[in-house]
Write a protein that binds this ligand. Structure first.
Ligand code: BGC
Length: 748
């Protein structure tokens, strides 16, 4: 039953001990009730792509059986849908299941950025791009919460690897945090207002996220206006008092009262202001007002059908030579690979769902083509003889019109808790694909993997590749729907597929050493890097094929003033089948004093079109679409200059572009004696005045010549330049110059 928020005056009636007790869990999954004050216990459970409500006892390592729930496509798949509607329908269904299972907060979604394809938890994150992650995350949260339970957007912040995840310090410069690692959180928080935010395990620039006041209070609450509960990742709290003071409200799981005693002692010793305790208690009590009662069952059949429909929106058709797909049900089909009968459809770790049922692709394929033969091809548990299995598979492939190989990563290769060391598929599978491709007339590879795998060494030998990621419990059926053309594939890559691990931007700085991981690539994450340094990839971010064809034309960009714009394009389905196209809008600029990526995704929308149908879509670009984060100024700045709006097929294929000029922010940096000579000369008022003083007002030498002569010294701070060059300016002159240099914005 939904409760109304307890009267704020209740706080006055609680003892310090009672208040402290409300700030940590009773056990692994629930909070402490305070019956006399009418404050109930609520359950917080994983998340993110289904509800993991443990039946009894508690163990978050997935050892305890949890109640059956629908395993929807994990975030890696949803990312590839590029469709907030997909994320929303999953969020809503999870909300209904959470309600039915008595869960007040479903822990998720995870909106961390895929910094390296090796991160063991990439299956739980959407994308390497912050806009795509944020739009999908916000849609999930809004729809989930509309059903009653709260969400917990996680893991804040800079939790982009599993190696040393509880100790490592992510050393990231502020511009990179603001432009890459924060925006998805910011969007979810400001647009969907999640009930809770989960702080991450790691340290950020040396300080544990759980006790990082800048993150949890300054950014989260003051800047983004978050008013919900900050909950710790499970076991992330190092120092309870420091964490509380930093803004961490609820510690999970409980610590048997130890943390509560520390809080009480700190207040009594005058080390912690009781007002801080009160503020957190108020937020936790408000959270308990969330619906937490069991309210009916959920429709498992309907949710399974939904999981199937949505999974088919997520798979990405990477390659389809000779129109190998869709398959004809009349073709002789050899289905190869153990994943066809034992599907890998979710990741390992805290998000592991006890699925209500699981569809195997082989069964679903046989529903279309009953005579399809099956060969195991390799053994997942390592007990079979791979050589013999391979030979049998090649034989089956030779006798068929088309071989469909199910390859991918097993739970041994990737999971929460550790990172991968290689992008490769297991060697036995690579050999199998090659042997089958050599024997078969046509070869289709279907991949199941939570993190990107390398396609090198076999890609060119096969006709088609369908990247199925992890598609949830109905993934097997969804794959068959795509293979036979019941559904036209419409997924687009939410992350680049590199040629080699060595090409990845974080290669030299992942997973770090000596307790630190340096985000040396800065904002150049994923396609931002590949496009900027012109490094070829196997398939770029945004790539994905369809069984139909589209054209995109008629680009117009209207500059709507105040550094905003709207983009209009017309998409036409020029093929024979209904299908969906993703309009991708990127902005490219070199404006400003910072290095900008070659292009950045700034808007997108997925359009569904019947054969021959056209649709004109308009997408707004707000100021942020053009801005960079200026660290010295501590704010977003649109630099005056040219901005090219690009409509792209994917991150490396521009199909139309238009350049607009923006006035940008009329900010002029303030200069002082610490500013360099170059900065002084660039200042519109102080620059000419300084030049005049230095040339002694000699107008016979052109000012440009003088400026050229000073270039060598341009990186010297003014104060030191004057000493170094032996220039003694009268105090009064210096004062006048500094005054001009300090006039900043007013000078513009
Ligand atoms: C994970 C969280 C999860 C929590 C509870 C942690 O180990 O990092 O994502 O929600 O456990 O299971």
């Amino acid at each position: 039953m939904a409760r109304t928020e307890p009267d704020a005056r209740i706080l006055d009636t609680l003892t310090l001990e009672q208040k402290a007790a409300l700030l940590s869990g009773r056990d692994f999954w629930t909070t402490k009730p305070l019956e006399e004050a009418g404050i109930p216990s609520i359950a917080l459970c994983d998340g993110p792509h289904g509800v993991r409500r443990e039946a009894g006892g508690s163990n978050h390592l997935g050892i305890n059986e949890s109640l059956p729930a629908t395993c929807f496509p994990p975030a890696v798949a949803v990312g590839s849908s590029w469709d907030p509607e997909v994320a929303a329908r999953i969020g809503a269904a999870i909300g209904r299941e959470g309600r039915a299972l008595g869960v007040a907060v479903v822990l998720g979604p995870g909106v961390n950025i895929k910094r390296s394809p090796l991160c063991g938890r990439n299956f739980e994150y959407y994308s390497e791009d912050p806009l795509l992650s944020g739009v999908l995350g916000a849609a999930h949260v809004a729809a989930l919460q509309a059903e009653g339970p709260g969400a917990s957007v996680k893991h804040f912040a800079a939790n982009n690897q599993e190696t040393e995840r509880m100790r490592v310090s992510a050393d990231v410069d502020e511009r990179t945090l603001r432009e890459i690692y924060f925006p998805a959180f910011e969007r979810v928080l400001t647009q969907a207002r999640p009930a809770t935010v989960m702080c991450s395990y790691n340290r950020v620039n040396g300080v544990h996220a759980s006790q990082n006041r800048w993150l949890l209070t300054d950014v989260l609450r003051r800047e983004w206006g978050f008013s919900g509960v900050v909950v710790s990742d499970w076991g992330a709290v190092q120092d309870r008092v420091a964490a509380l003071a930093a803004g961490l409200d609820l510690e999970m799981p409980g610590t048997g009262g130890a943390s509560d005693r520390r809080i009480v002692d700190a207040v009594r010793a005058g080390e912690l202001d009781e007002a801080v305790v009160n503020a957190s208690v108020r937020r936790v009590v408000a959270l308990t007002a969330r619906h937490s009662g069991v309210s009916g069952a959920f429709d498992a059949d309907a949710h399974h059908a939904l999981a199937r429909e949505l999974a088919a929106e997520c798979a990405v058709l990477l390659k389809n030579d000779h129109n190998a797909l869709p398959l004809s049900p009349r073709a002789r089909i050899a289905v190869i690979g153990e994943f066809a009968v034992r599907p890998r459809f979710q990741g390992g770790g805290s998000s592991h769902i006890n699925a209500t049922r699981v569809d195997a692709a082989l069964d679903a394929i046989r529903a279309h083509a009953p005579d399809a033969v099956y060969a195991q091809g390799f053994s997942l548990d390592g007990t079979g003889d791979d050589r013999l299995l391979r030979a049998a598979a090649a034989e089956a492939a030779a006798a068929a019109d088309v071989a469909v190989v199910f390859a991918g990563l097993g739970e041994r290769e990737e999971s929460e808790g550790f990172d991968r060391e290689t992008l490769g598929l297991p060697a036995a599978q690579v050999e199998l694909i090659r042997a089958v491709a050599a024997a078969a007339r046509r070869t289709v590879v279907v991949l199941s993997n939570g993190g990107v795998v390398s396609l090198e060494g076999w890609h060119d030998e096969v006709d088609a590749v369908l990247e199925g990621w992890l598609l949830g419990q109905a993934g097997g059926s969804a794959i068959a729907d795509i293979l036979f053309g019941v559904v036209n594939p419409s997924g687009r890559l939410a992350e680049s597929i590199p040629m080699r691990l060595q090409d990845t931007p974080s290669y030299l700085n992942f997973p770090g050493e000596a307790g630190h991981v340096r985000y040396g690539e800065g904002v150049m994450v994923g396609y931002r890097y590949y496009e900027t340094v012109e490094r070829p990839v196997r398939y770029p971010f945004g790539h994905g094929l369809s069984y139909t064809t589209f054209t995109v034309g008629g680009l117009t960009v209207a500059h709507t003033g105040d550094d905003t714009a709207t983009v209009t394009v017309t998409v036409t389905n020029t093929g024979q089948r209904a299908g969906k196209h993703v309009v991708q809008v990127y902005v490219s600029t070199t404006a400003g004093p910072v290095r900008r990526p070659a292009r950045e995704l700034r808007a997108f929308t997925k359009v569904s079109l019947a054969p021959g149908e056209s649709r004109t879509v308009t997408l707004p670009l707000d100021r942020r679409a053009f801005a960079y984060y200026d660290v010295p100024l501590g704010r977003w700045v649109v630099a005056p200059g040219d901005y090219t709006i690009q409509i792209c097929e994917n991150a490396s294929a521009v199909v139309a572009e238009t350049t607009i000029r923006l006035d940008g922010d009329a900010h002029v940096p303030v200069v002082s004696l610490d500013s360099t000579l170059g900065e002084w000369l660039a200042h519109p008022l102080a620059g000419p005045a300084l030049l005049k003083v230095l040339t002694g007002g000699d107008s016979s030498r052109p000012a440009e010549d003088e400026a050229d002569g000073l270039r060598m010294a341009s990186s010297m701070p003014m104060g030191r330049f004057l000493t170094f060059a032996g220039i003694h300016l009268p105090e009064e002159t210096l004062r006048e110059l500094v005054k001009l240099g300090q006039s900043g914005d007013a000078a513009a």
